[in-house]
Ligand binder design. Structure first.
Ligand code: GRF
Length: 205
């Protein structure tokens, strides 16, 4: 089966990116990361890409509108993965890649998501609310923020003694499991979007 051409968009340390790189190198994902694109010049995720001989591209946040879509089209990208990407994608780009943009969010959507909910803010909101479970969600990106059809979710317990750091670390472990799993399913053509729902098709034997 031909490998899916993937671009991973990042803004930070890139541990989610690293799990994708590792899974691809192990042969667990029928895809190839053609480029890692960051809106932060110093993002360590770009270093991770370079270490694995993956094209690493920095695009200034103020130039994303004019430069990101052409870069993706030039590389003939078939799947975009947002792995800790903090900029909002233009409506035109989301339309052009409808059903082909996957995001990872560190909560059980629809809790603690949407505008302003990213990174530690998500875990602080969960702890302040007093939830007993949190977790991670992998979903398709639509024109909203963290509002597209959900692909995979997994919960983690929240303990009374938890801090933002301890909860974030527990959720990150689940992220590192779910993101490669979801990308793998996409690259096998097993994700079927029906309205708001994502149907995971059985593996063809
Ligand atoms: C993760 O917590 C992810 O859920 C959120 O941003 C963080 C990215 O971490 N979107 P990393 O850069 O992949 O380590």
């Amino acid at each position: 089966m031909r490998k899916v051409r993937i671009a991973v968009l990042v803004s930070g340390g890139g541990t989610n990116l690293q799990t994708l790189i590792d899974a691809i190198e192990k042969g667990d994902i029928n895809g190839r990361i053609e480029a890692v694109i960051s809106d932060h010049e110093g993002a360590y995720a770009l270093e991770r890409a370079k270490k694995h001989n993956i094209k690493a591209v920095y695009i200034n946040r103020n130039q994303l509108s004019e430069n990101l879509l052409p870069e993706l089209q030039k590389l003939n990208i078939e799947l975009i993965v947002l792995a800790g990407f903090l900029s909002i994608l233009d409506r035109e780009l989301v339309k052009a890649y409808e059903g082909r943009i996957i995001n990872i969010h560190p909560s059980l959507i629809p809790s603690f998501c949407g505008k302003g909910f990213y990174g530690e803010k998500v875990h602080k909101a969960a702890l302040d609310y007093g939830v007993k479970v949190s977790g991670a969600t992998v979903h398709f990106v639509d024109e909203g923020t963290d509002s597209g059809p959900i692909i995979l979710q997994e919960s983690v317990p929240v303990y009374i003694e938890d801090t933002i750091e301890t909860l974030a670390a527990r959720v990150l472990q689940v992220e590192h499991k779910l993101l490669p799993a979801a990308v793998g399913l996409f690259c096998e053509g097993r994700l079927c979007i029906v309205g708001r729902k994502v149907n995971i098709l059985k593996k063809e034997v």
